[in-house]
Design a protein around this ligand. Structure first.
Ligand code: CA
Length: 418
């Protein structure tokens, strides 16, 4: 049964009253501030704060800011209180804001009239590798099916430290990177634009309160440190990756650009879509064993728009439940040696591939390293992304009469610098 607001929300909207994802936006005439999405609108929390609607939180000013970091640092009791205030204030039967037409003019902005920014200042970004099917497919290509998974894969959530400064918000162009590429039959590498630009369909979560240096986070307390989730595209240059990745892992193949969606869907909004984490075999070491560990049922799609396609063509259909390791395990593992996580840190899932061919979350797997090009409805073929292509990832949870959605993360490939 869907909640009702006095703001009309279409049944298939990503942003009903049950969702209220947080973001940072800039209105046409004004500075960046915090808002939540509701239907076609952004609700301006700085304007509500100025009007005294958050006075229960004390006199701290939280929302007239260009990032969510300070709000994230406050933790779940404050997040829940703000959500409760908003759900009450925006409900159909409450006249407090509904009938205050002057305040409504300041509070509601059409999403089409504002510019979304990165929701947080990201201090650190980590990318996991937690989909069994992705790891198995990539391992099969590199080492054969017998040795597809490295011996550590089912014992720990494998990850690398990524680059935070090149994380951009959805809608930003993605410049084709140049780098060293070693053609298989050439004696030495060449320098030039990547010929195998790829996307990776991922989700990522944002850290709320951090932990002190030297103090691990017990796996059963990990969720207290998670604010919410975004969609992510980990753009990848496969030819650069193939030459550089040994022995220390990805570097320039990944650090030129990573795109995230602007709206952060909170753990509270995702709560109805929790599912038990499937049994893990072998049983993980004790520090990774959470009581009642969980995943979420989140449907995910990637669509490709080429210059010739009339409408975007869906090329991946997958689900967050395809991840082997839980977010609690990822977080607990990240901090177990004493690494301090900080508000606004971004921890990503890795490519989310499922068991079927159409659930593969990147071109590398979909085309099996270019051996089976994608055939598009326009008659075009794609082994990898080409200049002018737009890749968009969407995600949503299907509720009873409503949908908790993430919106999208989208990026257009622009040619390499001359
Ligand atoms: Ca990745």
């Amino acid at each position: 049964m869907a909640l009702r607001s006095f703001i009309e929300v279409a049944e298939d909207s990503n942003f009903p009253l049950e969702n209220l994802p947080f973001g940072v936006f800039k209105p046409r005439d004004g500075s960046a501030r915090v808002g939540v999405a509701l239907g076609e609108y952004v609700v301006d929390l700085a304007a509500l704060e100025a009007a005294g609607h958050f006075k229960d939180l004390g006199d701290q000013k939280l929302f007239g800011r260009d990032s969510l970091n300070d709000f994230l640092a406050l933790g779940r009791p404050v997040w829940k209180k703000v959500r409760e205030i908003l759900q009450t204030l925006l409900a159909a039967g409450n006249p407090a804001l509904r009938d205050d037409l002057k305040l409504r003019e300041q509070v509601f902005h059409r999403q089409s009239d504002v510019a979304m920014q990165l929701p947080v200042k990201i201090g650190n970004y980590t990318d996991f590798y937690s989909s069994y099917h992705h790891a198995h497919n990539v391992g099969t290509m590199l080492r054969g099916a017998e040795n597809a998974l490295m011996p550590n894969w089912k014992w720990l959530p494998v990850a690398y430290h990524g680059r935070a400064s090149s994380v951009v918000v959805s809608g930003s162009g993605v410049r084709r990177p140049k780098g060293q590429i070693k053609p298989p039959d050439a004696p030495s590498p060449v320098f030039g634009p990547t010929k195998s630009l790829d996307y990776e369909l991922e989700m990522a979560f944002l850290i709320g309160p951090g932990n002190s240096l030297g103090q691990p986070v017990p796996v059963d307390q990990a969720v207290d440190h998670i604010f919410g989730f975004v969609l992510m595209n980990d753009w990848s240059a496969r030819d650069i990756q193939a030459w550089e990745y040994q022995p220390l892992g990805p570097f320039l193949a990944k650090n030129f650009c990573t795109s995230i969606s602007p709206w952060v869907v909170t753990m509270e909004a995702l709560e109805p879509f929790r599912k038990p984490l499937p049994k893990q075999d072998p049983e993980p070491l004790p520090y990774l064993r959470a009581k009642n560990d969980f995943t979420f049922a989140i449907q995910l799609e990637a669509a490709l728009q080429t210059p010739k396609l009339k409408t975007p063509q869906t090329i991946t259909r997958t689900n967050f439940q395809n991840l082997y390791w839980s977010v609690s395990q990822q977080l607990a593992h990240h901090a177990v040696g004493g690494c301090n996580l900080q508000p606004g840190d971004l921890l990503a899932s890795g490519t989310i591939s499922g068991p079927s061919e159409d659930s593969r979350g990147c071109m590398l797997e979909l085309t099996w390293r270019g051996a089976n090009p994608l055939k598009l409805e326009s008659g075009e073929e794609r082994k990898w992304l080409e200049d002018g292509d737009i890749l968009s990832i969407t995600g949503w949870c299907e509720g009873d009469g409503y949908r908790v959605g993430f919106g999208e993360v989208s990026g257009k490939v622009v040619p390499a610098l001359a």
